[in-house]
Design a protein around this ligand. Sequence first.
Ligand code: LLP
Length: 461
Amino acid sequence: MRAHEAGALHGDIGNRGPAWLRPPQDVNALVPQLWPRTVRRAEAGAVEIGGVSVLDLAAEYGTPAYFLDEDDLRSRCRDFAAAFAGADVYYAGKSFLCKAVVKVINEEGLFLDVCSGGELAVALAAGFPAERMGFHGNNKSVSELTRALDAGVGRIILDSFQEIDRLTALARESGKRPKVLIRVTVGVEAHTHEFIATAHEDQKFGFSLAGGAAFEAAIRVLDEDVLDLHGLHSHIGSQIFDTSGFEVATRRVLELQAQIRDARGVELEELDLGGGFGIAYTTQDDPSPAGDLAKRINKIVDAECAAENLRRPRLSIEPGRAIVGPAVFTLYEVGTVKDVDGIRTYVSVDGGMSDNIRTALYDASYSATLAGRKSDAPPLLARVVGKHCESGDIVVKDEFLPADVQPGDLLAVPGTGAYCRSMASNYNHVPRPPVVAVRDGASRVIVRRETEDDLLALDVG
Ligand code: LLP
């Protein structure tokens, strides 16, 4: 028996994984909260998505590849739209953007948050109405601002005094009066990884509330009267489960709104509370359904408006991860299985940190399952790693896989819809995987696989 098969976990040597990780009762079971809604394991053993077997998908599209459950994506859009009825739901395109997804977002009636000229270009190419877009970023260039103005983007979220000046000048030149929001740094320590928390004082986004910059920015925009100050914005971070951060942020932003009213007699129309709603990557994560989030957030907004005697502004939110994250899994093929005696078993797959940097960058936890077949073998605690020249190239730190996992097996890693393809790289000149949408027994490529020719096409030396 290998040192790390389930039975050996309580021995003196060997990796035990995190304290919560337990050998599963059934290594073939798929925990529903981790998988896109149409995913099942067929009687014969292979995992299916949208009624199509991963065996067929791997044969047709190769591995690694991201498979998007289109019904799942649409149902999450609908869940948010229904739960936040009366609010504007902006899908945060940074989580994953391509023309097919833009079309889904449009068809489902959502709004769209873009944060670069590139995202704007993709959204426009897919025919998304500019007036239903918001444009974010702490360092938008003059060219990006100009394109946003020319396209008629619905609102621009201002992030610095220089940007106020830049956009004011551009608006004067063009004779346009764009709607803007002021991004407020509310001073909340969100309970998430430091790199994805965005509302504590010491960071690059927004205007500080505590230091008075947010108030000053609002007053400057109102007094210059070139830009149309529509509302205030706060985004406290990402992968957040606890709504108390939103509560504090809402209270502080609405206090600012009341100060602005008291100073200039203006009641701003919109309150944007950003995105950040967490999803399940492992069985330890317990995200709230959209309906529960909406109830809690609406309650907070009502209470704070009453406390400040404010007219209730129209609410906006900007979920990215919670809409697309759970709708996708990555399918890999196992290349090698290496038992490092007394330490752990490494299962190497044909992708890695180039298609999912989140484990290396944020110490993120993922799960995995043997996808191409069932197995009766006992669980083996394994680490799933990629093919890159770096020992930090880890996809799944700890997972129980059947002990007979072997080269040629397919492994699926769920929860990879957000910030995986969008943050993918060509490290080691590994071409980026395709994204394939699956629905009702049919599949189609929505982002094709990058090729070595694509890589060479950029290399003009
Ligand atoms: N709105 C604003 C202004 C944002 O900056 C973000 C994310 C969102 C909305 C969407 O947040 P979501 O609902 O997706 O959590 N690369 C990191 C996440 C960075 C998030 C950046 N901003 C990760 O992989 O976890």
